[in-house]
Design a protein around this ligand. Structure first.
Ligand code: UD1
Ligand code: CA
Length: 456
């Protein structure tokens, strides 16, 4: 069993933000949520988050994770000081403590498991994740013997010119034997350039301490500013998109596509350029999404197409065509083989099979049966200025162009609505409803002022 401490008390000044750094979102999850999700996957016995600067806000953003114990570090006196805060909580604890940072979001679960395994097989006092960094500036440098036994970690600012040549850096991610660490933590001094208690100094008092290089240095990149945030997002996107392409999904011009790591795609899905898939979206086999579509928190079946459209919080069943320029605004459930065409907006609307809404319509709070045909410009007037009301349309009914269905209203099955009607009362099955002024034609009629003008 292992306890985990996530350090997240720092200010994050370089973000230049009112929001605490670790609360900034990288895709669908905040930096710290990503770290926490990784931690939960290894089922720790205790999970501590050390908060300080805007701690309440960090704590609030993590309300959903009930396993977390928050510890306040009132003054940020260094990484060693941050871990000292855990001591009262782990009195008599005899297992290991994993230390992570809240602003290092790209670490893979497998790397974390690898760290634990190395630590436990070698029965180390401490095991540190290290990396060979192309640009090691800013990181603590790690000095080892030939067996990866660690001799010293020197902070960048405390390094000699010679020491700076070493590209092997400290990730800041460690596994410690807790009882051994607890003995050395109180001995830390602040005899360094920053006058801080450095967690890295504990390795001077512990043995054996082992370093494990992570293969992909990008995993340990920390986020300090918005530029690093953008870099991290790109790394994450590359991982997600490469993964889907290996799993049989076609991405046309992947650089222009973004896919949250919470999305699920089946093989033979085709994602066209400028398309963005977000949240808990699932897309079935054979579907073609885009170009230019945004799909969020929606479930699309097989062989669905969505062209230049926005689909939010909705369900679309097999074989349905969406767009161009359709907007499923929320809680739309569209049945199989339907067509939702140009400039159509659906909100809280349930459509049966083979129903067509092809042009220029708004359907809100509506329930439509199978094989319904909604004429161009048909609108459900669902809002009376105070309340929303439902519209029901039975199987095989057709509405003429530019009809307005004033809710609450029910059209039965096989109803035909004449073009331009304003329907305010229920219509029974097998009926034609005409609800508009009669056409009046007056032959030979002209405006008075025009009477004496010669016709041109
Ligand atoms: C630290 C390491 C360095 C390593 C680098 C990797 C030390 C002394 N140095 O340096 O060797 O290469 O991380 O990114 O440990 N924090 C607190 N309380 C504090 C101080 C920091 O919670 O009092 C948190 C910060 O919020 C941050 C993390 O600890 O998440 C790292 O702190 P930071 O000051 O950025 O350490 P570095 O100087 O980057
Ligand atoms: Ca840092």
């Amino acid at each position: 069993m292992v306890a985990i401490a996530i350090l997240a008390a720092g200010r994050g000044t370089r973000m230049k933000s009112d929001l605490p750094k670790v609360c900034h979102k990288l895709g669908s999850l905040s930096l710290i949520e990503r770290v926490i999700k990784n931690c939960l996957s290894i089922e720790p016995s205790r999970l501590f988050v050390i908060v300080g600067y805007q701690g309440e806000q960090v704590q609030k953003s993590l309300e959903a994770y009930s396993a977390i114990e928050f510890i306040e570090q009132t003054e940020q006196l260094g990484t060693g000081h941050a871990v000292q805060q855990v001591m009262p909580y782990l009195k008599g604890f005899t297992e290991d403590l994993l230390v992570l940072y809240g602003d290092v979001p790209l670490l893979r679960e497998s790397t974390l498991r690898g760290l634990l395994e190395t630590h436990q097989t070698h029965q180390n006092a401490a095991t540190v994740i290290t990396a060979q960094m192309p640009n090691p500036q800013g990181y603590g440098r790690v000095f080892c013997d030939g067996q990866n036994l660690l001799k010293q970690i020197v902070e960048d600012r405390d390094c000699t010119t010679d020491q700076k040549q070493n590209r092997r850096v400290n990730s800041g991610i460690y596994c410690f034997n807790w009882s051994q660490l607890a003995e050395v933590l109180p001995q830390l001094k602040t005899n360094n350039d920053q006058k801080e208690y450095y967690l890295t100094d504990t390795v001077n008092y512990l043995a054996p301490v082992m370093a494990v290089d992570v293969e992909d240095y990008q995993e340990i990149l920390g986020i300090n500013d918005r530029k690093q945030m953008a870099t991290a997002y790109e790394i994450l996107q590359t991982r997600v998109k490469d993964g889907w392409m290996r799993a049989g999904v076609t991405l046309i011009n992947p650089a222009s596509i973004t896919i949250d790591d919470t999305v699920e795609l089946q093989p033979d899905v085709i994602i066209e350029p400028q398309t963005h898939l977000r949240g808990n979206t699932i897309i079935g086999s054979g579907s073609r999404i885009g170009p230019g579509s945004l799909i969020e928190n929606s479930q699309l079946g097989e062989n669905v197409t969505a062209l230049y459209s926005v689909v939010s919080e909705s369900v679309v069943k097999d074989g349905t065509q969406i767009g161009p320029y359709a907007h499923l605004r929320g809680h739309a459930v569209v049945g199989e083989s339907c067509r939702i065409g140009n400039f159509v907006e659906l909100k809280n609307a349930k459509l049966g099979k083979n129903t067509k809404v092809s042009h220029l319509s708004y359907l809100g709070d509506a329930i439509l049966g199978n094989q319904v045909n909604i004429g161009a410009g048909t609108i459900t007037a669902n809002y009376d200025g105070v309340n929303k009301h439902p519209t029901h349309i039975g199987d095989r009914s057709k509405t003429g162009s530019n009809s307005v269905l004033v809710a609450p209203v029910t059209l039965g099955e096989d109803v035909t609505v004449a073009a331009g009607s304003v329907v305010t009362e229920d219509v029974s099955d097998d009926s034609l409803v005409v609800a508009r002024g009669h056409q009046v034609v007056k032959p030979g009629w002209r405006l008075k002022s025009q009477k004496n003008k010669p016709s041109s």
